[in-house]
Design a protein around this ligand. Sequence first.
Ligand code: GLN
Length: 198
Amino acid sequence: TPTIGVLAVQGDVREHLVALEAAGATGVRVRRPEEIEGIDGLVIPGGESTVMDKLVRTFGLHEPLRARLTGGLPAYGSCAGMIMLADRIADGRDDQQTLGGLDITVRRNAFGRQVDSFEADLHIRELGPEPMRAVFIRAPWVEETGAAVRVLARVESGPAAGRVVAVRQGNLLATSFHPEVTGDHRVHSYFVAMVRSA
Ligand code: GLN
């Protein structure tokens, strides 16, 4: 059974721990540098990326997390977690840093105030034919993708149709939406499979 850490400085940690257990992994909280050593994979939850970044640096987690990611540690970022894994932010705060690794540019709060939070069905081939109910909460979208990045999902209708909301590059996975809140554990199962085959 792989042990998967959930970055637990800020955000919806508990829901990811539950989803990881449902997907056949052991989920553990990661809050201190020592806790990074024993994990086989990392989930970065949703929350507020500016705050998460500050706490990651304050708690001395930035360098050790970067080192493990550079070393190939599989990681999955949801929403603010996607922002943390992005190499570039289109409109970050001046001093906002990310862990990086994904060759993407993300735009924070991209869907605008009118559709601050919304739900949509997405067809994600890697997860099977059944659509996935995706919950977006002040979500980012992916504005640019490098050559090594595979697009897994786009918004299918409405004003944001075509916007990229799920990507994978090697051992890194990211979604704009929150699969941990719906009880559909297919994204977590997909990530656990990535961890097992890493
Ligand atoms: N808007 C948040 C940010 O920029 C992300 C929101 C979320 O994770 N639900 O970090």
